[in-house]
Design a protein around this ligand. Structure first.
Ligand SMILES: [Zn+2]
Length: 130
């Protein structure tokens, strides 16, 4: 199950009711939906009852997923940009003025699509474990 990141932070932590004003509160809110104090308490409780490792693992996976999703978007945008180049070439008709070999663009595109496929497979693997 995926939980969307909350973007707007309330004034008070929904978990303990304290006012969230620390810099790290904002970060913790984005990740956990509660204030830093609550996260610290939660983590020390988990350390005590031995569930911290699984939690840490999950956090690492979440970071990894965020990273891979970034990469996915990057590659998608890059490919879209390449498509634009060849589109301009075709509609202009004067390919001579372009210093780019369409075959070269195609090669780069294929490389990025391969990269995108790998990223997506990686994502699927991480998400599929749950
Ligand atoms: Zn709190």
């Amino acid at each position: 199950m995926e939980k969307k990141l909350q973007t707007s932070m309330p004034l008070m932590c929904p978990s303990c009711g304290n006012i969230m004003k620390k810099r790290l509160d904002k970060k913790m809110w984005a990740i956990h939906g509660k204030c830093l104090d609550c996260v610290v308490k939660m983590e020390s409780k988990m350390r005590a009852n031995g569930t911290y490792e699984a939690y840490e693992q999950e956090m690492m996976e979440k970071n990894m997923i965020a990273y891979l999703q970034d990469k996915e978007q990057e590659a998608t945008e890059y490919i879209a940009g390449l498509d634009k180049i060849s589109f301009l070439q075709n509609s202009n008709g004067d390919i001579e003025t372009w210093d780019i070999d369409p075959k070269q663009i195609e090669e780069v595109k294929l490389k990025y699509m391969e990269h995108l496929k790998e990223v997506r497979e990686h994502l699927k693997k991480i998400k599929g474990k749950k």
